[in-house]
Design a protein around this ligand. Structure first.
Ligand code: ADP
Ligand code: MG
Length: 272
């Protein structure tokens, strides 16, 4: 039986909160009262009041979307160029890196290959470019070559390769880090080749490697496959030559030197 003795009073605030939830406007719901009071104090009219709320919602939505893209990209850590010291690697074309941070190359479906020995900042640069792409509203996936091949093989064994291939083809920027450390089996190399082949002129890819091109056969196995892969990857490419001393090594050397200098010399600690 329906109880009609005490009619439930739904305040406009409750209804408004519910509608704003349905319309997916959380910032509106959170801020409308506070902004309303501010606007009343400042004698601001209704259109401007609504405009203020819309602007807050837009800013918040953009931030939420960027955060979601960063989560989906699966970066091992977030790094940006703010913490990158270009003076540590004078051989790197700084203006090219800054230009690439604008992400136009991604819209043009071009590629980047960062080459250099261990510790020179290849991963750091890739992470910074990936972050910039997320901030520009692009979908990004970050992986290492070894993890990607492993994932492809696993998907093939579990008969879900198609789904994975589709995902890998459609992401706007695919970053494949560390090509060169682990050699692949013939099947692994072919599956990796297929990823490049599907993305060719379709979407942007960034690869980092410690190996010069003429040594890529050592990880991919077949010379024919390496040639075909490089042909596709390097057709529209920006190459970041990152030759220099390992940043890790340089900073630990510096630290050691500082510790040595701060220690009192043996002369001074000898008893007189
Ligand atoms: P790589 O991928 O070339 O092996 P990383 O990008 O992993 O090198 O760099 C190793 C470490 O040194 C990371 O912590 C990275 O942030 C830092 N690093 C490398 N180069 C620079 C640089 N030029 N400025 C600031 N930090 C750097
Ligand atoms: Mg690296």
């Amino acid at each position: 039986m329906i109880d009609t003795s005490t009619p439930t009073i739904v305040t406009p605030q409750v209804l408004l909160t519910s509608h704003l939830k349905t319309l997916k406007l959380p910032t509106f719901a959170r801020e409308y009262e506070k902004v309303g009071i501010e606007c009343a104090h400042e004698d601001i009219d209704y259109p401007r009041y609504l405009l203020r709320l819309c602007e807050l919602e837009c800013i918040d939505r953009q931030r939420r979307n960027t955060e979601r893209r960063i989560r989906l990209a699966k970066f091992p850590i977030t790094k940006s160029l703010d913490t990158f010291d270009f003076t540590a690697i004078p051989g790197l074309n700084k203006s090219l890196v800054l230009e690439l941070m604008r992400c136009e190359w991604i819209d043009k479906r071009e590629n980047i290959i960062a080459l250099g020995p261990s510790g020179v900042g290849k991963t750091h640069t890739a992470l910074a470019l990936g972050l910039a792409a997320c901030q520009k509203g692009m979908s990004v996936a970050f992986t290492t070559a070894a993890a990607l091949v492993h994932e492809l093989m696993e998907a093939r064994d579990e008969r879900r390769l198609r789904v994975l291939q589709k995902k890998l083809t459609n992401v706007k920027l695919l970053i494949i880090d560390e090509l060169g450390y682990v050699p692949f089996t013939a099947v692994g190399a072919e599956l990796l080749f297929e990823v490049f082949s599907r993305r060719y002129e379709h979407a942007a890819t960034m690869v980092t490697s410690n190996l010069p091109f003429d040594e890529w056969t050592s990880v991919l196995g077949s010379e024919r496959l390496t040639g075909a892969l490089l042909d596709r990857l390097t057709h529209h490419v920006h190459i970041l030559e990152m030759n220099g001393e390992s940043y890790r090594l340089a900073t630990s050397k510096k630290r050691q030197k500082q510790t040595m200098q701060s220690k009192p010399s043996e002369e001074n600690i000898k008893p007189k």
